[in-house]
Design a protein around this ligand. Structure first.
Ligand code: AMO
Length: 441
């Protein structure tokens, strides 16, 4: 099927066209009617003028009705031309409107809907200009991630979402009934991406993961999209950080090429990624926080507080012209069992977080690739290596030194677009008391 798309209408001045679209706005004024019509490619103004039978057939039309409009593309009068928008110089003079489907909207869309109202009415609210722009940007972030990794020789794989144990050895898992047994929903593709390094050297996966976290914050979701990569034959975690910096550059470039209009519409600030990404050890960051940035209770802690992450990002932006900062060498106690301990800095790991515009968007690092070392890591965390027999096979059968990252898609979307809450960057966010609709308490 060949469809005439709205974005191409300004090239069709003087021609008769037929478009299939939504009614975006409608205004009746005496013997005239004015519309904005919308399809995925853009909007165009339509008018009915001096055609009583067409006006009569259109009199019931309201926002979101689905229509097929026939008409002639006219140049707008000079004083009505809007150079800033697509089709700002043309309008469609309507000769016929066929109704494909009616609609009944709960309220007029506007930018300032309260989050609960927005979530309660998601299928409708997602149609707003703002939401369509947010999720177009999100789709382009995923595309940038994929394209960049493909260009570096990574192979995409599909990670399972039903897992036998808990992928990370943490507590935040959803248990599911699995016939006569119990299973869990994956909190990360971690173990599988490591296994796949033994197969393809460089792999990535894009998929949903599940965290049974009971707290409700502006940065946590109970189901989120994890963008993961894992690469073999690395020297150490610095190789992984370099690759991630290139992925960020690839995402930025793809956004500029394919989502410029949406970024402008959402007033997104430019993403600053210098050639050298600021990098410091956790202990150095903590000294900086207390001695220069006025923080308290940072030094000696095993992790950063959210407020510390914000301060470090402000510092990196102001002093080093970077929206991205790497913090390395978290203590062994704070990182999962598979994390590589730095032989030159015992007690600390070759791991890192990437902080971006005030929040952690990535965890990653070098992994333990030696079988005995990995088993030792499990025991240290109180885990039973027998529960990981399947995964451990990969480490008996030729596993190169490797490392990788997990990037939270909703968090990076939130931060690129300056949204207040990560839920605004999730199409259908799951909350303790909501799976689409509110649950019974
Ligand atoms: P981690 O648990 O730190 O690491 O998660 C990696 C990234 O995922 C995002 N994220 C979340 N986003 C929304 N809601 C949540 N509840 C949530 N939890 C995490 C964040 C975070 O930085 N296997 C390791 C990754 C690795 O080492 O490769 C892992 O999952 O952006």
């Amino acid at each position: 099927m060949r469809r005439t798309m709205i974005k191409n209408l300004s090239e069709k001045k003087g021609q008769e066209v037929k478009i299939k679209c939504w009614v975006d706005t409608v205004r009746f004024q005496g013997k005239m009617a004015f519309f904005d019509f919308r399809d995925v490619s853009g909007k165009v103004q339509g008018i009915i003028f001096g055609k009583p039978e067409v006006l009569e057939s259109a009199k019931d039309l309201r926002n979101e009705w689905v229509v097929e409009v026939s008409g002639v593309i006219n140049q707008r009068p000079e004083k009505n031309i809007n150079k800033d928008i697509v089709n700002g110089d043309v309008e469609i003079e309507i000769t016929n409107i066929e109704i494909l489907n009616k609609a009944e909207i709960p309220f007029e869309l506007n930018e300032d809907l309260n989050l609960d109202v927005s979530l309660d009415n998601r299928p409708y609210v997602l149609k707003s200009d703002k939401n369509r722009a947010i999720f177009k940007v999100q789709a382009e972030i995923v595309k940038g991630f994929r394209n960049t990794l493909n260009s570096f020789g990574f192979t995409e794989f599909q990670a399972p979402k039903i897992v036998g144990g808990d992928a990370e050895g943490g507590a935040e898992v959803y248990n599911v009934e699995y016939f006569k047994n119990s299973a869990s929903l994956a909190t990360s593709p971690q173990l599988y991406k490591q296994i796949m390094v033994g197969v393809f050297e460089r792999v990535f996966a894009v998929g949903n993961v599940f965290r049974a976290e009971k707290h409700s914050t502006s940065r946590h979701l109970n189901e989120y999209s994890s963008l993961d990569f894992e690469m073999g034959f690395i020297k150490d975690h610095a190789d992984v950080m370099d690759m991630f910096a290139d992925v960020m550059r690839g995402i930025k470039k793809n956004l500029e090429e394919n989502a410029k209009a949406e970024l402008d519409f959402l007033k997104a600030e430019e993403i600053l990624i210098p050639d050298e990404i600021p990098t410091m050890k956790l202990s150095e960051a903590q000294v900086l926080l207390e001695e220069k940035l006025g923080a308290e209770n940072a030094i000696g802690e095993p992790d950063l507080e959210p407020e510390h992450e914000r301060m470090l990002c402000d510092y990196a932006k102001k002093e080093l012209n970077s929206d991205l900062i790497f913090i390395t060498h978290y203590p062994v106690s704070k990182r999962p069992f598979y994390t590589y301990e730095d032989e030159n800095d015992k007690g600390f790991t070759k791991s890192f977080d990437a902080l971006f515009k005030g929040v952690e968007i990535v965890s990653g690092g070098q992994r333990r690739h030696d079988y005995d070392d990995l088993v030792e890591g499990m025991k240290m965390k109180g885990l039973n290596p027998d529960d990981f027999k399947f995964y451990l096979q990969a480490f008996k059968t030729g596993m190169p030194p490797h490392g990788g990252i997990g990037l939270g898609l909703e968090r990076i979307t939130q931060k690129i677009l300056g949204l207040k809450n990560v839920k605004e960057a999730a199409l259908f966010p799951r909350e303790i008391n909501r799976i689409d609709t509110l649950l019974n308490e």
